[in-house]
Ligand binder design. Structure first.
Ligand code: UDP
Length: 494
């Protein structure tokens, strides 16, 4: 590739402020910068604190990467001061305010980007950061979107929007998603919000607008790799009218323990090395890692069943407990039950933020009980461990299908329907302690079936690692993306 063309390029990443959207886009930005182009990541000062150290490290190793700041308009949007990320919203009633704050960023983003030299050649922005569509139009810069999911989901999403089969069935009735390479059977109650809207009309309208803006984008980058879902990648490329670049799994950009710990440093002190020390003392593939993501608002009743299920396995575990909903009740239960005391030495409870990629890739981890957010799912795939799937909301039930039915590297705990964020009070306990224990036992320990699941998981992890290496499919797609922008900008003519 012409080196003068490369030096004129400037890719600007604009992530949505939520861990499941921000972290993969930061990882992707680091990978792109390693291909010798200038990269900027735009976020708020508060959001940048968690990944600043990892960017400093990239700069030290020669990447041309920087963080640009915009101030989040909390007060103007009616949000509490410092509430700059979706996972910090004290109540889901504030989601419309959060979206308003994003919209208010249009002008500041335009002013910031106008000043940049080289002038931005491409914006890679989260699909849900809708005002970026107008920013890109105004500045006449190609806009590529990132929506945080995979091609399996994108194709399903495309087919359902077109075919609307879900509108002909009731919530509990099963239906087959049309136009998919495999037979995928679902219930309407398992679909994400766009197909299964809740009562927040403003949010529903916002989602519709996000969809319209996404359709007008110049392409889409996906945190996945071709070998994982070849038929679905091909289906998306053929049907969606978008260029699709699979450039993942991006978390693999964090290579050593230091890099993995720095990926998102939300804890003070050196807790990361404490977890590693504890894991070092455990037998290979003996520990269950449990984390339901950064946004979940599972009820104490449901979390208690998870805890007691873990205890019943008699196996070592690390349980990341977000406890964002009725937290005091959960804390009270833990205290009165003497849970931590009782399981001291065998189980570690992380109340808050865990260095997930660091923990997952430790050789002592034997299974991952996950809510099937796509990042966590893919991080589990990269770690080569079987998944125990407990989908909660969004497209997580589809990710579960992908892992359990197509990859055959996981086992479901038996969750049945989506609990929308903010509607936890309407939900009942879907998964009992026995469900938790039984599903874990299906992937841990001895037995031919378990061995086969593990072998498949290891095979996929190997494919994931190769995809991102020089010469691998995702590495090549990243180069193709750069080439595409060189071509669009006419830099290959000069
Ligand atoms: N994560 C983490 N520590 C935590 C919780 C989450 O590092 O304690 C990271 C996780 O590694 C993943 C992201 O946050 O990269 C969560 O994204 P995902 O799509 O799995 O789920 P979401 O949080 O958006 O529901």
């Amino acid at each position: 590739m012409d080196s003068s063309g490369l030096s004129q390029l400037h890719f600007v990443f604009i992530p949505l402020m939520a861990p499941g959207h921000l972290l993969p886009l930061v990882d992707m930005a680091k990978l792109l910068a390693q291909q010798k182009v200038k990269v900027s990541i735009v976020t708020t000062p508060l959001n940048s604190i968690q990944f600043q150290a990892s960017i400093d490290r990239e700069i030290q190793s020669g990447s041309h990467i920087q963080i640009l700041h915009v101030q989040f308009p909390c007060v103007e949007a009616g949000l509490p001061e410092g509430c700059e990320s979706l996972d910090t919203l004290p109540s889901m009633d504030l989601i419309n305010n959060f979206n308003m704050a994003l919209d208010l960023l249009q002008r500041p983003l335009e002013e910031l980007l106008e000043k940049q030299r080289p002038f931005p050649s491409c914006i890679i922005a989260d699909k849900y950061f809708m005002c970026v569509a107008d920013v890109a139009n105004k500045l006449n810069v190609p806009r590529i979107i990132f929506d945080g999911t995979n091609c399996f989901f994108l194709l399903c999403d495309h087919n359902l929007k077109k075919n609307k089969v879900h509108e002909t069935v009731s919530g509990e009735e099963k239906f087959v998603v049309p136009g998919m390479p495999h037979r995928i059977e679902l219930r309407k109650s398992q679909l994400p919000g766009l197909f299964n809207p809740g009562t927040n009309l403003k949010l529903n309208a916002y989602r519709e607008k996000v969809m319209e803006a996404a359709e007008k984008a110049d392409g889409i980058v996906v945190n996945s790799f071709e070998e994982l879902e070849a038929e679905y990648v091909e289906g998306c490329q053929r049907l969606m009218g978008h260029k699709v670049w699979c450039v993942g799994p991006v978390s693999v950009s964090n290579k050593d323990d230091m890099g993995k710990a720095m990926r998102s440093k939300r804890n003070s002190g050196d807790v990361e090395s404490e977890y590693v020390k504890w894991l070092d003392s455990r037998a290979p593939r003996s520990v269950i890692y449990v984390c339901l993501g950064s946004l979940n608002r599972a009820t104490p009743e449901q979390l208690i069943e998870v805890g007691l299920g873990l205890e019943a396995t008699k196996r070592p575990f690390i349980w990341v407990l977000r406890g964002a909903y009725r937290r005091e009740e959960m804390d009270k239960w833990l205290e009165e039950e003497g849970f931590e005391e009782r399981l001291k030495g065998r189980g570690i409870l992380i109340k808050g933020w865990a260095p997930q990629v660091l923990i997952l890739t430790h050789r002592a981890i034997g299974a991952f009980l996950t809510h099937c957010g796509w990042n966590s799912t893919l991080e589990g795939i990269c770690a080569g461990v079987p998944l125990v799937t407990f989908p909660l909301f969004a497209e997580q039930f589809l990710n579960e299908k992908f892992v359990v039915q197509l990859m055959k590297t996981g086992v479901g705990v038996g969750a049945e329907y989506v609990v929308r964020l903010g509607e936890e009070h309407k939900s009942r306990v879907q998964v009992t302690r026995l469900n938790v224990k039984d599903s874990i036992e299906k992937v841990m320990g001895e037995g031919q079936e378990k061995e086969e699941i593990r072998e498949r998981a290891i095979k996929y992890a190997d494919m994931a690692r190769k995809a991102i290496q020089q010469g691998g499919s995702s590495y090549r797609n990243m180069s193709l993306l750069i080439h595409h922008i060189i071509h669009v900008k006419g830099l290959d003519q000069s």
